[in-house]
Design a binder for this molecule. Structure first.
Ligand code: IDP
Ligand code: MG
Length: 140
């Protein structure tokens, strides 16, 4: 297994409830390192571009408006098999389907306000990390 980087976003429903530290402890306890992190307010244009792959989906406009409704925390997580491991730590998209002990089971408010984003492949992780971080921000 290789050491990978993946992009994570702590979403507005979670920053609003002051859950950044609580969520970060899930990553750290399960062996992922937070190697870069910043809190920022997405603009509508940024959120639209980030979620462009979902443009045709019925929930796209609501999702964009949700993602700009409060600050987010964008972060790079690193570890063995980090892309898949983070998806396991996050749990299923819909919290009703998420396994016990996952972030979404424990914190998500709804299928939309589901507390975290995580890259779904190594290729997308590289693209999503480059969207938010400069090379110089990625610590060893
Ligand atoms: P993922 O975040 O688990 O990868 P995606 O299918 O990539 O799930 O969807 C991106 C985001 O869009 C979800 O995390 C969630 O916030 C939102 N979303 C997905 N499906 C629905 C839906 O059916 N209704 C409302 N929002 C949705
Ligand atoms: Mg996705």
């Amino acid at each position: 297994m290789a050491i990978e980087n993946t992009l994570s976003i702590i979403k507005p429903d979670a920053t609003r409830r002051n859950l950044t530290g609580a969520i970060n402890s899930y990553f750290e306890k399960q062996g992922l390192q937070i190697v870069a992190q910043k809190r920022l307010q997405l603009t509508k244009a940024m959120a639209e571009r980030f979620y462009e792959v979902h443009k045709a989906r019925p929930f796209y406009n609501d999702l964009v408006n949700f993602m700009i409704s409060a600050p987010v925390v964008v972060q790079v997580l690193r570890g063995e098999n980090a892309v898949l491991k983070n998806r396991e730590i996050m749990g299923a998209t819909n919290p009703a389907d998420a396994a016990a002990g996952t972030i979404r089971k424990d914190f998500a408010e709804s299928v939309e306000a589901n507390s975290v984003h995580g890259s779904d492949s190594a290729d997308n992780a590289a693209k999503e990390i480059a969207f938010f971080f400069a090379e110089i921000e990625l610590t060893l």
